[in-house]
Write a protein that binds this ligand. Structure first.
Ligand SMILES: Cc1cc2nc3c(=O)[nH]c(=O)nc-3n(C[C@H](O)[C@H](O)[C@H](O)COP(=O)(O)OP(=O)(O)OC[C@H]3O[C@@H](n4cnc5c(N)ncnc54)[C@H](O)[C@@H]3O)c2cc1C
Length: 500
């Protein structure tokens, strides 16, 4: 008989693991608390508007391709990927001229040169290093399970790491290349994707620039949720059972081994192993008894959480020509804005924000002649916001957009608005402190220092998703699925698997 695997949660990590184990011939059941699959990559529709609720940047297509190949599929048979051009547009406060990043080295060096003489050549040098960093990361440490500190801080990482100064902070690193504040912001904003700030993140993460500048920014036509549908189809095709509306309330442990889960209402699903994709804090402190917890409540209280988000899903009547698909507005006082997220939590008065307008590229996500907007302001996790404050803040953010993103009269054109924030993340995904992304990628929460994907206290209990290695991001969670697979099969290699 095939071994039975129960996976708690159908986020990308959970679905990714389900695909790998099902393909290998395990008997896989995924139990998801929500009505939809996909976890934070969720979706909802309203009056012809189709809103992707979470991720919208399809980056590092090679990592997705690698996963699809492992499960015997081709990305192009499932997704119609469009390379965005420009990749994104950046608006600066009190400055009428937005800047487009094209992920085209000639165009982008010219853009940099125009802002800071000499910066064009520096961009080439920077991106060369990011590319190298990315290759080292994907070949030598992202696809590896760590057990001992020397697994990560080996001779190569230490020598090269010092040489490339990847253990300094991102901000220091970027400042060595670019002196203008504008260009520093352009190179640093990706740290928000990792739930950290350029003043905390190790410079190692300059590899993110390889993704957006060198590889380009993609969009799955039909919306990001097409990726979830593809992962679910592949998984089911290989025999896995995907159950929704089934919150797990207990991992059943017998003689020190995970032997199944209990679903709310009492149903027990037996298993030979359990893999949890629910936030690790939740799995550890809510689904296990105290003696079974590898990381207890005290441990979690000391972690640095990635930001939560103040999100607005907007249905807008009329088109908005000043916007491209991805748009960013950077605050003037960058450091203050990061402090308001990490050090002195409050709703930032002059926030940086992100506006996704997928209807610019994809007519299927909004009624004809209308615009679908996703507006995201990173804010501190655990922030309590009253309904009145939410409405006031929404108005503040919309006013800022009108003024700084060339969107006059935007507020008068909004025909649908839904606000989604800290408490929604906590309620919908059992997210610790309502963080949108989970554990931040500070140096102390990276690689060997991130919680491992195997329980120390309970045999046959494993973890997958953004809370374990390598960390946050859709394609990165697919790597976490591969790491769980490697862990279960005692595969200790550093390279991506060639086959299952
Ligand atoms: C607003 C936003 C924007 C983002 N933008 C991008 C982007 O542009 N590009 C990118 O690559 N990444 C982006 N990310 C990050 C990326 O979406 C996440 O890192 C990734 O989707 C997390 O996947 P996961 O596997 O950790 O699972 P999660 O998505 O966290 O899913 C975990 C699942 O477990 C379920 N669960 C919890 N408790 C239980 C229980 N008791 N029983 C059963 N099920 C349970 C939850 O309901 C959920 O479905 C974004 C995230 C957010 C929130």
């Amino acid at each position: 008989m095939n071994k039975k695997v129960v996976i708690i949660g159908a986020g990308i990590g959970g679905l990714g693991a389900a695909g790998l184990f099902a393909r290998k011939g395990y008997d896989v059941t995924v139990v998801e608390k929500n009505a939809n699959l996909g976890g934070r990559a969720n979706i909802f529709e309203h009056d012809g508007f189709k809103f992707d609720m979470g991720p919208s940047w399809y980056l590092a297509p090679d990592i997705f391709e690698h996963y699809f190949n492992l499960v015997g599929e081709r990305v192009e048979d499932h997704l119609e990927l469009k390379r965005l051009s420009p990749s994104y547009r950046i608006f600066f406060r009190k400055n009428g001229d937005p800047l487009d990043i094209n992920s085209d080295i000639e165009k982008d060096t010219a853009t940099f040169e125009a802002i800071e003489p000499g910066a064009g050549e520096k961009l080439r040098a920077y991106l060369k290093q990011s590319k190298y960093q990315y290759e080292v990361a994907t070949q030598s440490f992202m696809f590896k399970n760590y057990d001992r500190i020397w697994d990560f801080f080996n001779k190569r990482v230490m020598t090269e790491g010092q040489k490339l100064s990847v253990f300094s902070t991102m901000h220091k690193f970027v400042s060595k290349f670019f002196t203008s504040k504008k260009l520093q912001q352009v190179m640093e904003y990706t740290m928000v994707f990792l739930g950290t700030s350029p003043y905390e993140a190790p410079a190692l993460y300059n590899l993110m620039s390889h993704m957006d500048f060198n590889q380009g920014v993609f969009y799955p036509q039909g919306g990001f949720y097409e990726l979830i549908k593809a992962l679910a189809n592949i998984t089911e095709k290989n025999g896995a059972v995907l159950r929704t509306n089934s919150p797990v309330d207990k991992i059943i442990v017998r003689d020190g081994k995970a032997v199944g889960v209990r679903v709310e209402g009492g149903e027990v699903i037996d298993a030979d192993m359990v893999i949890s994709n629910a936030d690790m804090w939740f799995t550890e402190t809510r689904l296990l008894d105290i003696p079974q917890q590898t990381h207890k409540e005290k441990y979690w209280q000391k972690r640095t959480m990635a930001p939560s988000a103040f999100i607005m899903y907007l249905g807008v009547s009329g088109k908005l020509p000043s916007l491209v698909h991805h748009n960013l507005l950077f605050s003037e006082d960058w450091r203050k804005n990061f402090d308001e997220i990490y050090k002195d939590p409050c709703l930032p008065d002059e926030p940086s924000l992100y506006v996704c307008a997928p209807s610019v590229t994809d007519p299927s996500v909004a009624p004809e002649g209308k615009e679908n907007l996703f507006v995201l302001v990173p804010i501190a996790s655990d922030l309590e916001i009253t309904d009145e404050q939410k409405e006031m803040y929404a108005d503040r953010v919309l006013a800022l957009m009108e003024q700084e993103m060339n969107l006059p009269g935007l507020r008068g054109k909004i025909e649908y608005k839904r606000i989604y924030t800290v408490e929604n993340f906590a309620a919908d995904y059992n997210a610790f402190k309502g963080s949108a992304l989970g554990l931040a990628h500070t140096l102390r929460q990276t690689a060997i220092f991130r919680p491992k994907n195997k329980s120390k206290m309970v045999d046959n209990l494993f973890y997958v998703g953004a809370g374990t290695n390598p960390g946050i991001g859709t394609q990165i969670c697919l790597i976490s699925a591969e790491l769980a697979y490697k862990r279960v099969h005692n595969i200790t290699t550093a390279e991506p698997l060639e086959s299952l």
